[in-house]
Write a new protein. Structure first.
Length: 245
């Protein structure tokens, strides 16, 4: 299980060599799980230095909670590449904190967090909704495509009202349906795309001030703050450290 603490390469995608044809690559998310015995081919734009928490989960220790074939079921392969579950993400974040700064009782905390991870993973795979049924409770593929297309524009980020109008929904329905379909919020997606676009523009000769304006930030300071929060580096540090290698 790989939980990245810094952004993955832009357009990070993966292919299961044992199951998919060579042209099928799907999004590799912030958190992915590689089932035992599977081979993964990954690709992306650029090769920034990346920091991840990588956990090797013992099958024997998980079988108390997970179904024997839970992680090798063919229909779970796609959902394993981008696990969108806030409870699992929270537990992994807590695990990172304990590993970075161990203190009294850390071993006990880590043991309990690991047990909770097994339970939440079991729940995730048991209730994961097949993509063909997702539109019944969430957004349709067409609506999701409209939202992503608008968010990816190099411009001021869209408002919820604008996105709701694009999809023919109320703001309340839009936000609820988007979370059902993706497991995250529209705000999180907007932030993710803005940072991805920022990394692309940092590879050019465009000034940091111009990048901030292009991406719709109110100022260079707000852009730097947002970028540092997402990557742990200022735009200048990122450009100097990663793009000159």
């Amino acid at each position: 299980m790989d939980f990245t603490l810094t952004p993955r390469p832009i357009n990070a995608r993966a292919n299961y060599l044992n199951h998919w044809n060579s042209n099928r690559f799907e999004e590799l998310g912030k958190l992915f799980l590689l089932p035992r015995g599977e081979l993964l081919n990954t690709r992306g734009d650029g090769s920034p230095v990346q920091t991840s928490l990588v956990c090797r989960l013992s099958a024997e220790s998980l079988h108390a909670w997970l179904d024997q074939d839970c992680l090798i079921n063919y229909r779970h392969l796609s959902s394993s590449l981008n696990i969108l579950d806030n409870r699992i993400t929270f537990l992994l974040t807590r695990l990172v904190a304990e590993l970075k700064d161990p203190s009294f009782g850390s071993e006990v905390v880590i043991e309990h967090v690991t047990a909770l991870l097994a339970i939440e993973l079991s729940r995730y795979y048991k209730v994961e909704i097949p993509s063909s049924e997702m539109s019944k409770k969430g957004l349709t593929r067409a609506q999701l495509a409209l939202i992503i297309e608008r968010i990816q524009e190099l411009d001021c980020p869209p408002t919820l009202k604008e996105l709701a109008s694009l999809c023919g929904l109320s703001v309340r329905h839009l936000t609820r349906a988007y979370r059902v379909s993706t497991g995250s919020t529209i705000g999180e997606k907007i932030t993710e795309v803005r940072i991805e676009n920022a990394i692309k523009l940092l590879r050019t000769n465009m000034s940091i001030k111009a990048i901030a304006i292009t991406l719709g930030f109110n100022s260079s300071a707000s852009f730097c703050c947002s970028f540092r929060k997402a990557t742990q580096y200022t735009p200048g540090q990122y450009r100097g450290r990663f793009l000159t290698q």
